[in-house]
Design a protein around this ligand. Sequence first.
Ligand SMILES: Cc1cc2nc3c(=O)[nH]c(=O)nc-3n(C[C@H](O)[C@H](O)[C@H](O)COP(=O)(O)OP(=O)(O)OC[C@H]3O[C@@H](n4cnc5c(N)ncnc54)[C@H](O)[C@@H]3O)c2cc1C
Ligand code: SF4
Length: 444
Amino acid sequence: MTNTPTTPGVVPARLDPEILQDNFSDLEPPFDAHEAVVAADRCYFCHDAPCITACPTEIDIPLFIRQIQAGQPEGAARTILNQNILGGMCARVCPTETLCEEACVRELAEGKPVEIGRLQRYATDSLMARGIHPYERVAATGKRVAVVGAGPAGLACAHRLAMHGHDVVLMDARERIGGLNEYGIAAYKTAGDFAQAEVEWLLRIGGIETRTGVRLGRDVSLEDLRADYDAVFLGMGLAGVNALGVEGETREGARDAVDFIAELRQADDLTKLPIGRHVVVIGGGMTAVDAAVQSKLLGAEAVTMVYRRERDRMSASEHELDHAATAGVRIITNAQPVAVHGNGAVREVEFAYTRDGANGLESTGETFRLPADQVFKAIGQTLEGVPEGLTLAHGKIAVTGPGRTGLEGVWAGGDCTAGGEDLTVTAVAQGRDAAEDMHAALSA
Ligand SMILES: Cc1cc2nc3c(=O)[nH]c(=O)nc-3n(C[C@H](O)[C@H](O)[C@H](O)COP(=O)(O)OP(=O)(O)OC[C@H]3O[C@@H](n4cnc5c(N)ncnc54)[C@H](O)[C@@H]3O)c2cc1C
Ligand code: SF4
């Protein structure tokens, strides 16, 4: 180790390689067979199970838990994957504490839900470890569909279309398939290159041709796609990021949190990834939490997350905020950035305290400064490069029903569409449902 957490500046190798490896290994270790059966035994197998309704992909949770209890983890995996083809990733990344586990009757009764997420992981990992892909394509229909964006929405859509016998061309602007599963999700939630393993497993359905490095709007237009294919699905996510709009935000050392996270996810060797001694993260959502926690895990001495409103307005869940606090991240609320100071590179960030006033958020007039050699901006992402002709709602693509846009033959789903929750599982549900609607239209 060449540096320590207190070495000034933005430097690599603040921690020993073994500590780094440990820090970025599985957040929650997987169940073994015995632990899974014990956890499954806690389920009441409720009739009208509220956990199913709380799951955006409506997995039959009591059924898959009963299958685990009966010693059939692969059957359980099929139950999950029938509804959610990215059930392995969702088992790792879903905020279950605000979805199925929050709704679980044992959570209401005892404050301790059935561990649905970990059971789901046990089932899907068991099946994948045996190299089984339990789906086959039906006879080819001769229809060709373009899927733009290979994140969870595009992948779920492509898989379902391929199952129905359509030929899919899945294109993405990035070099690797997976969207934010590959470039965004915190590294400790998807250890062991799980995102790529899952993509390879999913593509085994056949009938999906992947084209990377292809950007809609640069290399191909929506008009071309509509002319060349029988249908088009747009699952482009949110490629743009919001700026702070304050003086000094382009100083060296200040950058978008999503870019930092993508770099971290693609790093072969974490000991080479530079991190600041004093890191300030601006924002209150999942991206801000992930940037802050991972900065700490890389060895930053002090990491502070600053959010402009009160804690209960943060979009990160209490569970995630607790995780950040446990990792050693300091959280300041009711403060907004005023300026990023420095001499070339960032030295300090100045904030003003805020309060809710008659006309919305207002400054109290009191300011403070935090030392910073690195600043991560995480105040939201935006839709970028929307093709012409699409109707927008709240800055995203407007859809009706299962992803129908206003354009004939064009569907959309995932983060790029209005009304979603910006979660992996919602993107999967929307991609799947759009594929079913496209299939119905293509079969008519
Ligand atoms: C840092 C971070 C952490 C997150 N953590 C979690 C979590 O723990 N749990 C959770 O449930 N959700 C999490 N989310 C949210 C989740 O990742 C997204 O909701 C989900 O990935 C959306 O899927 P998608 O397919 O709509 O879009 P994306 O995953 O963003 O995929 C869109 C794809 O489209 C491609 N693309 C974009 N523009 C074009 C174009 N013009 N031409 C071709 N391709 C294009 C992109 O390269 C990308 O691969 C996180 C998000 C971020 C940013
Ligand atoms: S609500 Fe909880 S106890 Fe009831 S079926 Fe779902 S997981 Fe089992």
